[in-house]
Design a protein around this ligand. Structure first.
Ligand code: AMP
Length: 114
């Protein structure tokens, strides 16, 4: 997608602080971290979000989920724990229409989701 900000990051047109990359996905630090560790994991292929993965290969989707463990290890939160979240749509407060998973950790996270 030409104007999708995360597609542009995946293509290297917009700089990002990369943590992990493989053939199908990319992980980079969130610009506005909500926790000491806040990394976004995205598929390189475009998908609008978790409610719009019809065009995404299973391989790309699985790569994002598998990448979480790698990112957790690389950022030092694998042992202490972390949270993986994907916001969907208006009520989910999704602000970027490219599938992404927030990996949050590095402190005790709140036990309530809402
Ligand atoms: P969401 O609100 O769940 O769609 O999450 C989008 C996230 O993308 C937010 O946490 C933003 O801080 C983050 N974000 C937006 N633009 C960039 C960027 N250029 N580099 C890194 N993170 C970004």
């Amino acid at each position: 997608m030409d104007n999708c900000i995360f597609c542009r990051i995946a293509r290297g047109e917009i700089p990002s602080n990369r943590v992990y990359e493989d053939a199908h996905c990319l992980a980079f630090h969130d610009l506005h971290p909500q926790a000491p560790v806040h990394v976004l994991i995205i598929p390189k292929e475009h998908a609008g979000g978790l409610s719009d993965v019809g065009g995404l290969t299973d391989q790309a989707l699985a790569a994002c989920l598998r990448a979480a463990r790698e990112v957790a290890t690389l950022t030092g939160v694998a042992d202490t724990g972390y949270r993986l979240i994907s916001n969907v749509g208006e009520h989910g407060c999704q602000s970027v229409a490219h599938l992404h998973f927030h990996l949050l950790g590095g402190k005790q996270l709140p036990d309530r989701m809402a």
